[in-house]
Design a protein around this ligand. Sequence first.
Ligand code: ATP
Ligand code: MG
Length: 385
Amino acid sequence: MDLLAAGKRVLQTLNEAGYEAYFVGGMVRDQLIGRPIYDIDITTSATPSVVMSLFEKTVATGLKHGTVTVMIDKIPVEVTTFRIESTYVDYRRPLEVQFTQSLDEDLRRRDFTMNAIAMDQNGCLHDPMGGLMDLKQGRIVCVGQPAERFCEDPLRILRGVRFVAKLGFSIEKETLAAMKEASSLLERISKERIKKELEGMVQGDFFEKAINDAYEIDLMSAIPSFEGLNRYRYYCFQALTDPILLFALAGLNRESLTEYFSSWPFSRVERKCIEVLCQAVHQSMEMRYFTYLYGEGWARRYHQLKLFLSQTNFPYESVQLPITDRRQLAIDGKMITKIIDRPKGPWIQELLRKLEYLVVMNQMENKTETLVEYVKQEMEGVNYE
Ligand code: ATP
Ligand code: MG
């Protein structure tokens, strides 16, 4: 069974039980413009407890917001009860969720007109906000008073810019002006939510267009830790196709990464990658040596970051490495201690690191005689005391 069939089954069951139910949100929007759909959102007059009683398998994924996930043949379908959002606390979450029996009211609480179109099981649209017209004209327009809507939930600003990146649409004038006015409120939004939106933005096909809007509304100054990105204003962002590069770029402009890492919810791997990329940029590490140390996956990211920072465009070239591990060097610590009569110490590791670098960089052949000769020369005249 495909996504759509699963969704239709849910609509039918709800309708047969006497409730209103519609497809809504991104799925309707994307379908109307012929884009693939990845998830299904349904809005209904049935309360969460009714929804749970009508289906065999349900998961109470967001009961506080009236959302129940219905499982149809292992396909998750999100079903949310018609609701109005009223008081907001902390600019994060609505204080209380009030259910309603009115589809129109439910559509009115949504962010943009293109996301406020409901579709019934026969494909009939309910579009009191005129979302279809905006969708066809590629316009992102707030539902209701933009200034109010962004104050209620400033995350909508980032969602709007993310939709530009995803769809290539233009933000309507009044909506854009209100985004600019309210952008400083973003500092109150949780970094988890911000990070998710930024990731979506970078991965969008129209990221460059989104960047223009981001500068227009001074988004970079509004996101904590990202102010430094303002200096890249005139750069072409085409090279940044991976979210980690945006986060590394923000890291590059910080004196220390410690505070940056403690305030953003990066995974351990993300932190490591950002740190490695920032260090490599600061040290102007050669691509070849970077690839040896961190592998091709990260090297491709380093390449992209270099393209961005140098504003050049040259293709990534795979490198053939003479060795892939220090243990493949034609010399080891034991051999070195045999040639050099000096007490063991950190100097051995240092020497091996140097040899490893020279071999990786093709500046020295990985042959025992060559390496032994180098070691002898290097250690000649060194004071062992
Ligand atoms: P996508 O899934 O492509 O990211 P989407 O529009 O489906 O886009 P979701 O986060 O899945 O986004 O939300 C589903 C719907 O819920 C939206 O289309 C919108 O109608 C509503 N919605 C989501 N977040 C908000 C918000 N912060 N304020 C108002 N309405 C929202
Ligand atoms: Mg969605």
